[in-house]
Unconditional design. Structure first.
Length: 107
């Protein structure tokens, strides 16, 4: 496992990442997707485990599921579990906001 810190402060991260929008970020050499809900952050694979559509082009619904833009499969943002559709779960990565930035752990 590898830990990465994005940004340089808590305030910088909160001002850079709008709430409830899905953002693509480069962590090390890996593109991942990131969502902020309040001061909580959720990091997950950027491409759908079904057929590889970009989840950054997807949507976040009111019960905090990511909806894939291609076939509308849904994934719970916290666990990555597929809640509608038949494919593997979304890979998620631990993320938390620290005083010195956003800490993301990749496998
Ligand atoms: S590619 Fe995402 S649901 Fe099919």
């Amino acid at each position: 496992m590898k830990k990465f810190t994005l940004g340089t402060s808590k305030e910088q991260i909160l001002s850079m990442i709008n709430e409830r929008s899905i953002k693509r970020v480069l962590v090390g050499d890996q593109k991942i997707a990131l969502v902020r809900i309040g001061s909580e952050f959720f990091a997950f694979q950027a491409f759908c485990p079904h057929r590889g559509a970009s989840l950054v082009e997807g949507q976040l619904n009111s019960i905090n599921e990511i909806i894939c833009p291609l076939h509308q499969y849904r994934f719970e943002i916290k666990s990555g579990r597929v809640s509608a559709g038949s494919c593997s779960d979304l890979e998620t990565y631990p993320a938390f906001l620290a005083e010195n930035g956003l800490v993301i752990t990749l496998p």
